[in-house]
Design a protein around this ligand. Structure first.
Ligand code: ZN
Length: 293
């Protein structure tokens, strides 16, 4: 499942092909995606210009000249491919990509920029939706989401307040999209490792009784922002079938400190710990039991 850095990487790959460009042709090959494409999907896009391509949590938001917003979600296995008319861009870049299977190209956009954008999703857990810009705040997919972790609204005070008195694990609190949006298993594990904080800790232990943040809250928030920024810089992480839009692989997985490193030595300087895997809320957690307190 792509997390925020992977979706942001996709956004940056799509932006040059979409921003300022008009939808010349829209093809919906298959409509029964995670949620069905709207009946008027083609009509509401065709001829409209994309004024900007943004992101909220793991959703891509294309602002249209009509006042609509095209909401796109990658789901588990969704990917975009950008092809230029010349047909000479990145030859061979997709040669082993299973998304090359045209049967899974559910949506195809031909843009006035000359690019063809294909949304490919073998498992169909991704989808698209069109929402009027004025109603975006009420959109069920978005309205419950907490602040963006890289935005100013997400800070130690905010996180401590959200965790105040909570008996759940700190990890569960960070994965709760109402507290902070777009974080998933990988970057949460990595943030705990950077902050030297145990993911098993109770959420309440980053706040005092009045909900004010302690030093742990500050360290955790700093670590979350740092790991996300580093991962975006590296083009995200490539796990299984996730690809950047130019078909190349993000390589942040080579920088993982703990994720998927069970039994390997802890990378913290001076620590002799071995990375351990436990299961929390049905998901694997990787951490060092020695230096993460
Ligand atoms: Zn350690």
């Amino acid at each position: 499942m792509p997390e925020l850095p992977e979706v942001e990487t996709v956004r940056r790959g799509l932006a040059p092909a979409m921003e300022g460009a008009r939808f010349v042709e829209v093809v919906a090959n298959r409509r029964d995606l995670r949620w069905p494409l709207p009946k008027d999907f083609v009509e509401r896009l065709k001829g409209k210009t994309v004024s900007g391509l943004g992101r909220r949590a793991k959703y891509l938001l294309a602002d249209l000249s009509s006042g609509d917003v095209l909401v796109m979600h990658l789901g588990m296995s969704g990917s975009f491919r950008v092809e230029r008319d010349s047909g000479t861009v990145s030859p061979g870049a997709y040669y082993h990509d299973r998304s090359k299977d045209l049967a899974h190209d559910h949506v195809v956009f031909r843009m006035s920029s000359g690019a063809t954008i294909r949304f490919n999703d073998p498992r169909r857990f991704g989808s698209m939706k069109i929402v009027p810009r004025a109603k975006l705040d009420e959109e069920p997919l978005l309205r419950e989401l907490g602040p963006e972790p890289l935005g100013n609204a997400f800070d130690a005070a905010m996180l401590a307040k959200a965790c105040q008195g909570k008996n759940t694990s700190l990890k569960a609190a960070l994965l709760d999209q109402k507290n902070v949006a777009g974080l998933g298993n990988i970057y949460v594990c990595e943030a705990f490792s950077r902050a030297l904080i145990s993911p098993k800790r109770k959420a309440s232990t980053i706040a005092d009784r009045r909900g004010a943040p302690n030093e742990r809250a500050v360290k955790l928030v700093d670590a979350i922002k740092a790991v996300l920024n580093d991962a975006i810089e590296a083009g995200g992480s490539s796990l299984r079938d996730h690809r950047r839009t130019d078909g190349s692989l993000g390589d942040f997985q080579h920088n993982f400190r703990v994720y998927d490193r069970e039994g390997k030595p802890c990378p913290t300087r001076g620590c002799k710990g071995i990375i351990k895997r436990i299961v929390q809320n049905g998901r694997s957690t990787f951490f060092c039991p020695v230096c993460q307190k």
